[in-house]
Design a protein around this ligand. Sequence first.
Ligand SMILES: Cc1ncc(COP(=O)(O)O)c(C=O)c1O
Length: 491
Amino acid sequence: MTNIIKDFTIKLPQNLNSILKKIDKNLKGLIFVIDEKNKLLGSISDGDIRRGLIKKNISQIVKINSKFVNTKPFFLNYKTDIKTILYHLQNKKNKNKFKCIPLVDEKKIIKDISTIENLRKYPIANLNLGNEEFSKAFDAIKSGWISSKGSYVDQFEKGFSRYLGGGYSVTTTSGTTALELALKTFGVGKGDEVILPNFSFAASINSIISVGATPVVVDIEEDTWTIDIKKIKKRISKKTKAIMPVHIYGQPCRLDEIIQIAKLKKIYVIEDAAEALGGTYKGKKVGLGGDCACFSFYANKIITTGEGGMAVFRKKKNSEIATLIKNHGMSSKNFYYHTIAGSNYRMTNPQAAIGLAQLNRINEFYKSRKKIFDYYNKKFRSFKFIKFLPKNKWSKNSLWLYTIIIQNFKKEKRDTLIKKLLAKGIETRPGFISFNQMKIYKKYCKGSFPYSEKISQSTLSLPTTNISYKDQDYIISQLSDEINRLNKVQR
Ligand SMILES: Cc1ncc(COP(=O)(O)O)c(C=O)c1O
């Protein structure tokens, strides 16, 4: 049950005090009565209670029972479009204006409550925090160790390496600082070049710039959406110190070929695996191929610690250097004596506690995402206007965000589609803007970038977590309607 449903519903019998408390909290003067299965039975307003109090002696109604219930409250179907919901919530001409509307399915089970502040939405990603996260975070806080000291940090790091099946994991404050830490660990800085793909979230290129090195941006391949191996070869120079491939949308890149080039040229491979936790490459978990792989635990990622990240090193020695750097470079034996000019990239103990609980549930998350991906794939199969993220034999996607290409859509049309869907409560995301299309990064982008430009402007990510098949049906039908409408307008 979502928080908003909790705030707006009660089960009877209930004492007067707790009903008034809820009504007071939700600020709408109304509460809905539900049964054990969350089926809508009626409503009680503060007016109903006032009238009851006038009629009866207060002592008689310390318990509120079904006599107070309006058994015909206004409600709407969960699939009702946002415009209609808004009409009932705010239209001044509409006499039947409601402050809150339960949205129910065919069996009258409450699926959501719409208020003017909280219209029914399908967010791109939903948080999945449960009892284990709460109790571990509480335990961490209760222990008094709320900084980076405390046992959960070490447990999370060890548990993460165990999950991957190897490597030495070092927690950080974000995926971005994990990348920065990795670059610093390998001594990448001023005068060095790092090759990366043109299609990624800006954290990849920003991390290189922030350590003082020069990004060298190359195009991606159309059949993997990841860095083009041939282009890497062309751009390697004496200054190249590392390659930063990105497993974009959880899609593993051609890692072995990249590692082969890196070995030959004696340069490092730092994988941006922010979106790829749980993905596999040639049967092994993503994160164990290069010299280091960096993951993000931002709220919309596969597992989350709110903000947070992990740098996983192949060699223990490098993880020790990283641990020193992230801890101000302070000697572990000699307090306040610094052997490296480091920084503070430390994750807190309560965050690590949440991370550990999330890690314990990662297979459950994967299964639930897989169901959602499979259903979209099945339903979209016959849609000519949709192209999928390519699949290959040697890797398995982490199933982060369900991302598709809308055929023959360019940026403007795709962005109109995003707005239209949002008006129907469906949150989507455009593809990342390729670096060569942004002024501040242009100087790092030489040559042409046909594939990243094309993919960037026609991709769309759809809501991917905690949704039912019915929700997906609604999303698919709205998407299809809007695409058809936009295609007609253009003709
Ligand atoms: C490809 C990629 N790299 C790096 C990052 C940075 O991670 P964070 O947001 O945790 O700093 C992200 C996160 O959004 C990402 O998608």
